[in-house]
Write a protein that binds this ligand. Structure first.
Ligand code: ZN
Length: 203
């Protein structure tokens, strides 16, 4: 069974989500919610946060399956530092930037369905959280995985990727595939009249 994914404009997507207690994490309700979120994210995206399915809780699931990248060139994958990430759960996460430098790539969200935009994200982060058994976990992530973590943890604080998007870069996924996908970022910025990158953003 797949849960309905709420779209931008739903108030819950702009709320601060609540942390979970150990008891709550181990409860049948939350364990069932995790299973439903797993089934929902599988095949749809690389991550899903509880507010996206209407639950204002500090819980998200991440799953970047190898199948997702089979049509992306090795060069593009290397540029994004994207490698498959097994399914896992993050609860009550605290995020720290470990590399204070950002990189821009197109990024979408299941709650802003059909659209994509350039979003600068930090290159590396550390996340301290609990897993589905309420055990503490420390994740050191870089590249695309660091991007996914920043995106999902944003959701838990009522923030969306469009809040960080480069103005003028918003487009439909269809048009991204048709016109922009293969273009180097420098060329793309020139055509979109985005100006030069700030010093803190590399590509
Ligand atoms: Zn999202």
């Amino acid at each position: 069974m797949q849960l309905k994914i709420l779209q931008v404009g739903e108030p819950v997507l702009r709320q601060q989500a609540l942390p979970l207690t150990t008891e709550e994490i181990k409860s049948p309700k939350i364990q069932q919610l995790i299973e439903l979120m797993r089934a929902t994210v599988d095949g749809s995206g690389v991550g899903l946060a509880a507010p996206q399915i209407g639950e204002p809780l500090q819980l998200a699931v991440i799953y970047d399956k190898p199948e997702y990248t089979k049509n992306i060139s090795a060069e593009q994958l290397a540029l994004r530092e994207r490698v498959p990430i097994p399914f896992h759960v993050i609860i009550n996460p605290k995020i720290t930037v470990t590399l204070d430098e950002k990189i821009e790539f197109f990024e979408g969200c299941l709650s802003v369905a059909g659209f994509i935009s350039l979003v600068p994200r930090y290159l590396a982060v550390t996340v301290e959280c609990l897993n589905e058994n309420a055990e503490p976990v420390v994740i050191n992530a870089s590249g695309w995985y660091a991007r996914i973590l920043q995106h999902e943890i944003d959701h838990l604080h009522g923030n969306l990727c469009i809040d960080h998007a480069v103005p003028r870069s918003l487009m439909t996924v269809e048009h991204y595939m048709k016109y922009w996908q293969e273009k180097p970022i420098e060329q793309l910025r020139e055509i979109l009249q985005l100006g030069t990158l700030s010093d803190s953003v590399r590509h």
